[in-house]
Design a binder for this molecule. Structure first.
Ligand SMILES: *Cc1c(COP(=O)(O)O)cnc(C)c1O
Length: 426
């Protein structure tokens, strides 16, 4: 492959998504590779927040019904705009809450241990918050988390084999709860296959799509997934702690939510203030509290960008960027001595999410040296430097520069100046 900077510039000139870069605030003179953890602010999202502030300023409480995009229906209207990213119908998606609270609300509904069918199957490489939620849900049902939560292990410490997940499913499985993409290695699961396997064994399947929404197309309805949740602040650029989303397959509409709140009421009757819960006939029923309008507002701008760019084009460029990053690291000798970088992400495109896990024994020190050089990666213990080139705002030339920095740090032994500790927020 060509490893020269001119080639990167050629790829940039041929990039059909290149014009979206100027819609984002990029760090001046720096390189941002952490959009898988916190996506950058777009001008569109900024304008949407300012619009929301202005509505509050001028309309006060009248904004609930009187704003151009009435706040009362904001969770539903943003759900409708999110639906194409998920392969869902508009009424199966709602923007509400946060990832972990949505996961709680969904598991509290769909985890119904009965008889011998009491186990939840997840992976040993899951994002910790999901495991904390699953254990507490088992305990709330009177179960024993140590016995009822089955964590399927990894053979190589990076990935989990689908065969192993499927082998863990049997007549005792009530729920299979999986991330679409593993947060550390970036492994993408075959979600159609796993959904089929769960259903064949009589289990419910729920997905956490934090690391795939906005990076990868989903086909929830075609796959037949039962429920899903995700955050919007990673690849969807909704801002730190921004409002999250959930999906409920329409075959479950009408079920009583496990964690009910008034915002899940039928919209026409919510303000009747009846003492009995009268739920919305769709996924809206799983909302708990009043929509956080200021934390949801950026999505209005962000989703407009995705509608313009198209998720298929985003995925195509994302795969090219991650492939380019992996190939460049290998072709320039960085996986050999004295550099010692490793690639922890599957090479197979069907198994790769939106980021690349670059492994190095001195990962924390290298991350610090990268930051001094104006490059923003993140770090996940024990040795993973996560690097996410983002289709909407990262160029091939950025990736080329990044690889140059990875080499220069080792050449100059710059990382040796730092202690082997990570920042509090890494
Ligand atoms: C980012 C992420 C979370 C974060 O949860 P919050 O409730 O938004 O703090 C949870 N689960 C996974 C898999 C994630 O990637």
């Amino acid at each position: 492959m060509r490893t020269d900077a001119d080639y990167a510039a050629e790829l940039d000139r041929a990039d059909p998504l290149a014009q979206f870069r100027e819609r984002f605030y990029l760090p001046e003179g720096g390189l941002y590779f952490d959009g898988n953890s916190l996506g950058l602010l777009s001008r569109d999202a900024e304008a949407a927040v300012l619009r929301m502030l202005d509505e509050w300023k001028t309309l006060g409480i009248e904004g609930w019904l009187g704003a151009p995009n009435p706040w009362y229906y904001l969770g539903e209207s943003l759900g409708k705009l999110s639906a194409p990213l998920l392969g869902a119908e508009p009424d199966e998606v709602v923007v509400t809450g946060t990832t972990t609270t949505n996961l709680h609300a969904l598991v509290a509904t769909f985890y119904q241990p009965t008889g011998a069918r009491r186990k939840i199957v997840a992976t040993a490489l899951d994002f910790p918050s999901d495991l904390y939620a699953l254990r507490s849900q088992i305990a709330l049902r009177g179960g024993d988390p140590a016995a009822d939560l089955i964590l399927v292990g990894s053979r190589d410490g990076r990935t989990v084999e689908e065969e192993d997940l499927i082998a863990a499913l049997d007549g005792t499985t009530a729920l299979l709860l999986l991330p679409s993409v593993l947060y550390r290695s970036g492994q993408l699961f075959d979600l159609a296959r796993l959904t089929r396997a769960a259903h064949e064994r009589g289990a419910i399947i729920g997905l956490d799509c934090c690391h795939s929404i906005g990076a990868i197309p989903h086909h929830f309805d075609d796959w037949g997934v039962d429920f899903a949740c995700w955050c919007n602040y990673k690849y969807l650029n909704n801002g730190p702690g921004g409002t999250a989303g959930l999906y409920v397959n329409r075959r479950h509409f009408g079920r009583t939510p496990g964690l009910a709140g008034w915002w899940g009421s039928h919209k026409e009757r919510q303000f009747d203030m009846a003492t009995g819960f009268d739920g919305a006939p769709d996924a809206g029923a799983w909302q708990i509290s009043t929509i956080q309008t200021l934390s949801a507002a950026p999505l209005q701008g962000s989703l407009a960008i995705f509608a313009e760019a198209g998720i298929a084009a985003v995925r195509e460029k994302s795969l090219r960027l991650t492939r380019y990053l992996i190939d460049l690291i290998e072709a320039t000798g960085l996986t050999a001595a004295p550099y010692g970088y490793g690639i922890g992400t599957p090479r197979d495109e069907a198994r790769r999410g939106g980021h690349v896990a670059v492994e190095h024994a001195e990962g924390p020190q290298i991350v610090r040296a990268l930051k001094v050089r104006g490059v923003v990666p993140d770090f996940r213990p024990p040795n993973v430097i996560r690097l996410a080139p983002i289709a909407l705002y990262t160029s091939y030339s950025d990736v080329w520069q990044l690889v140059r920095h990875l080499r220069a740090i080792i050449d100059g032994r710059e990382h040796e100046a730092f202690a082997a500790t990570r920042d509090l927020v890494a």
